[in-house]
Design a protein around this ligand. Sequence first.
Ligand code: NDP
Ligand code: MG
Length: 390
Amino acid sequence: MARKVSIFGATGSIGQSTIDLIARAPRAYEVVALSGGQNIARLAQDAIRLGAKIAVTADESRLDELRGALAGSGIMAAAGRTALLEAAAMPADWVMSAIVGAAGLEPGLIALRGGATLALANKESLVTAGPLLMATARASGARILPVDSEHSAIFQALVGEQMEAVERIIITASGGAFRDWPLERLAHATPAEAATHPNWDMGQRITIDSASMFNKALEVIETKEYFGIDPRQIEVLVHPQSMVHALVGFNDGALMAHLGAPDMRHAIGYALHYPQRRDLPVERLDLAKLGLLEFRAPDDLRYPALRLAREVMAAGGLSGAVFNAAKERALDGFIAGRIGFMQMADVVEEALTQMSSQGGHIDADITLDNVHKIDQLTRARTDEVMERLG
Ligand code: NDP
Ligand code: MG
């Protein structure tokens, strides 16, 4: 019987890689919902190609356009946040969560409540509301499978192992676009320069987050939340080749590394076929040709985001939601030319300080409502901080 699948964030980088895999075996899948944002043409084209039941754009004002693009196909068109959440509630066996940012949290929670296996690319879900997401999965008996490459690698290295035997988890970072730039030059880096990645082809926002290491900062928190491990047991290593995605160190001294070409279709495919392994259209590594793999400790001055992630994990509560919202706004500010590249970390740090002192309510329970409120409050505060700087 065909598996029912839905893809949220279908028009993005992860969404397109997911569609690539599904389109290779069309009879194996029945596509329920595809969601996108501004890219209506791509959304409609893929919905028709895959024979989806419904296509949803998150932008309410684009409904007519989507309807027009789907005319005669028999595919339902819908638009807006409510429509997106309704689509997430449609029964499915496997759901890809690949919307970018905090907007991806609620569709994932709804899919989990419905019992779907959630393939989780949207790391912001775990950063903003990790305990809520994990508890929702436990309550409904649904499974969350990590899609972030590092977390898929850790997950794979842990198959058949006991968490008690894990001493440490090491996630690797390419170092992003500015890895080899002198520190002084970073202050003047432009969004276009930050949006080119040496190894991975990803969405614009995560690519800039890779250059600043905010992406790795989110991933350290993601590791803590998903694997339930003490933050002191999580390490980050700069690894320019992006071939080793993560390593798990055990109490007997063994270090299990996961290697693979930098192609997200590996992690997506693993989550799609889990617990089986199936043939995937990814490059096979030629280690002899590669010759060398390098590793080095990250430079704290260059990457203040990593220190901030440690502070966020120590503070707990809703500080992950504050961190993510401040990071999203600071990134908007950088892309819009309001603040410089290195100022993003200053802005996030200031927002964190303000939110944890002045009645920021970071100690409130981690409920969807509280996460949403603190997210909005943080965005407003972050804008004020940027206003003062600019
Ligand atoms: P993209 O920017 O390429 O795609 C984002 C997707 O989300 C698009 O479909 C976009 O629609 C949609 N979208 C944007 N804003 C909203 C919104 N407010 N509401 C609903 N939908 C929205 O991102 P990526 O594919 O790179 O990343 C997706 C997620 O996966 C992120 O959380 C990222 O951190 C994570 N991830 C990505 C990796 C990668 O290799 N790209 C690797 C590991 C994790 P549209 O484009 O039509 O406007
Ligand atoms: Mg990653």
